[in-house]
Each structure stands twice: as structure tokens, then as C-alpha cells.
Design a protein around this ligand. Structure first.
Ligand code: HEM
Length: 175
């Protein structure tokens, strides 16, 4: 078997920290974030589509997705907060706090964006709606990037491999 296809040996495996909110070791937070990410990311393109086509439908769609992204984002944030509060090693990562801060800013802007559009989704698009959606798209990228760093760089929410040393969920981060 070629070397690249062989399973990694224990010393090459990164150490991991399991999530406290998981279904059979599958962390729930990453399952929940996909919809708010997709919904909040697409609001700015829908605004542009509305401005380009003049069709009210796209502006109404932008309002619905902003509200749905906010609601589902709040659920995801609640679950993420449980991991942040219950796993001490997570709290010692600066990127965990940066991620939480970016996520809270994202949800605050999603709330402002939804509120702005509630009465008249069409009139709200230009200029403030588009401005808020653009900031929202940027923050989705920042929060998602930092969240991905927690999972893929620091192994948070990743179930331990039998070959790794079991340091427990409260072990300090590696140097
Ligand atoms: C205060 C709110 C939040 C906190 C405290 C938080 C905390 C965390 C934690 C601890 C992780 C590591 C994985 C885990 O423990 O399950 C994580 C991963 C992640 N979070 Fe959050 N989170 C929050 C809100 C959000 C929101 C609103 C989004 C997106 C809309 C988001 C996107 C992500 C992503 C993309 C990952 C990486 C998941 C993966 O693919 O493995 N988070 N977050």
C-alpha cells in the first residue's frame, strides 16, 4: 500500500477535545451552523439581484432569509456557548473568544437587518439593507473561519482517536 494511503500512526495524530453537546460523538454545533451560514451569506447577493432586476420577490426573499438565519443562528450560538462554558480548554483559546465575539456581532447585525426590513422589505434594501447584508457576509466569513480553526486546528469537538493519548476534555492546550 502506498505510504500516503496508510492510516496515521499515533504520534502523528493531533490531540482532540470532545464536544459536550454531541449525538453519539458527533458535535451538534457544527451540524446547526450550516443553515445560518448559508442563509445569512446569501442576503447580500439577493439584495443585488433585487437592485439589478427590480423584482420585489428578491427583496422579500432577503428578508425571510435574514430572519431565518437569525433564528437558526441563535439556536446554534446557544449550543456553541454550552461547549465554551463547559470545556475549560476551549475557554483558554483566544480564537474561541474571537469566534464567539464575531458570532454575537453577526447575530446582532442579522437582528438589525431583519428589523429594518420587517415593515417594507423592498424600500429597506437601498442603501442600509445592502450595507448591513454586506457586513453580515463578511462576519459570516470571519466567524466561520475562526470556528473552523477551533475544529480543524485545535481539535475541539473532535472525538478522540484510540491511538491518541487521552488527555481528557479539560486538558490545557498544547504549546
Ligand atoms: C456565542 C456564540 C458561539 C459560540 C460560543 C461558539 C462556539 C464554538 C465552538 C466551541 C466550536 C468548536 C466545535 C464545537 O465545540 O462544537 C465552534 C465551531 C464552529 N462554529 Fe461556533 N459558536 C458560536 C456561534 C456560531 C455561529 C452563529 C456560527 C455561524 C453562523 C458559528 C460557526 C461555527 C463553525 C463554522 C464552526 C466550525 C465547525 C466545523 O465545521 O467543525 N458559530 N463554535
Amino acid at each position: 500500500m502506498p505510504e500516503s494511503l496508510k492510516p496515521p500512526k499515533p504520534p502523528q495524530l493531533s490531540r482532540t477535545v470532545e464536544s459536550r453537546v454531541a449525538i453519539r460523538k458527533h458535535p451538534v454545533h457544527p451540524m446547526l451552523v450550516v443553515f445560518p451560514i448559508a442563509f445569512l451569506m446569501v442576503v447580500a447577493p439577493l439584495d443585488l439581484l433585487h437592485l439589478w432586476s427590480g423584482l420585489a420577490f428578491w427583496a422579500q426573499m432577503a428578508m425571510v432569509l435574514s430572519a431565518a438565519g437569525l433564528a437558526l443562528g441563535l439556536v446554534a450560538a446557544a449550543v456553541g456557548t454550552v461547549d465554551l462554558l463547559l470545556i475549560p480548554v476551549v475557554r483558554r483559546h483566544v480564537s474561541a473568544w474571537s469566534h464567539a465575539l464575531a458570532a454575537v456581532m453577526l447575530l446582532a447585525i442579522a437582528a438589525a437587518n431583519t428589523w429594518l426590513r420587517w415593515e417594507d422589505p423592498v424600500a429597506a434594501v437601498w442603501p442600509w439593507g445592502l450595507l448591513l447584508s454586506s457586513v453580515m457576509a463578511l462576519l459570516v466569513g470571519v466567524a466561520g473561519w475562526l470556528g473552523g480553526g477551533l475544529s480543524f486546528h485545535h481539535g475541539i469537538g473532535v472525538a478522540g482517536h484510540p491511538g491518541t493519548e487521552d488527555r481528557g476534555p479539560d486538558a490545557p492546550p498544547e504549546a
